[in-house]
Design a protein around this ligand. Sequence first.
Ligand SMILES: NC(=O)c1ccc[n+]([C@@H]2O[C@H](COP(=O)([O-])OP(=O)(O)OC[C@H]3O[C@@H](n4cnc5c(N)ncnc54)[C@H](O)[C@@H]3O)[C@@H](O)[C@H]2O)c1
Length: 279
Amino acid sequence: MAALPSRYELAGRAALVTGAGGLLGRQHVAALVEAGARVVVTDVGLAQAEAAIAALKHSTPSADLIALALDVTSLESVRAAYADLTSSGITVDILVNNAAIDPKVTSTPGVMHSSRFEAFPVPQWQTEIAVGLTGAMLCSQVFGGAMARRGRGVILNIASDLGVIAPDQRLYRQPNITRDEEQPVKPVTYSVIKHGLIGLTKYLATYWADRGVRVNAISPGGVFNNQDPVFVERLTRLIPMGRMARVDEYCAAVQFLCSDASSYMTGQNIVMDGGRSVW
Ligand SMILES: NC(=O)c1ccc[n+]([C@@H]2O[C@H](COP(=O)([O-])OP(=O)(O)OC[C@H]3O[C@@H](n4cnc5c(N)ncnc54)[C@H](O)[C@@H]3O)[C@@H](O)[C@H]2O)c1
């Protein structure tokens, strides 16, 4: 593979990715490795982080990767990860806030669906906000705070096209359910978290603009991952490019936003959604 232009080079820098054991987290790690970074691969359990490393080592044996358990909902866990890394002489230059819960939209006929706004359970609201939004705040507080003290660093928040548009609930309708209140919907939490992450991006970008810390976001559209064909067909009709994303189509944006290639950019959100949000 041809080397990346030097402005994308991340050799000598360490990145930390949260929720890195998941579908896109692994891609962010691979993108950062390709640009030459050492990457701290974190997930809520060590097993998920180690599995991601094993998969990546298979294709890139020379990758410089460290597995760490990091529960983004717990300030103690975030502080412990920071202390662990500091005692090993590792300074995090790049933080990718990627962890989230994306509850699957399924149905149970006969009762008002719990995903519906009128019935949405407060404990579920709290759990999802804790991971997707509070988690990004806590990791930014600890790792971004250290970057600000050093006068250098980058934070990348992984938002969503649903951070700039509302979900189209027709996508999730089940043909066998006749009563509206039994129809599942994309939960309110996803919208609130993703819009909130874009707000956090702007807030921190300006808060730390004079401290050498840049903060940006990516808003990816849906990645094709063998979803139900009816859902895929409905969704792709809403996308001008007529298809969902391939899993590796956000890698170049991660490299751009985490490197000096984007040195004059902060507080921005790059929407990569096949054009869905402009139709
Ligand atoms: N996949 C898509 O189509 C898509 C589209 C737009 C945006 N996104 C966003 O991209 C990011 C990654 O999505 P994904 O598809 O890889 O999801 P995923 O479910 O595959 O991965 C999410 C990861 O977060 C981890 N996690 C959950 N709770 C955690 C906690 N308390 N602490 C630390 N980690 C925790 C999970 O263990 C999992 O590995 C998410 O923010 C998601 O909202 C995904």
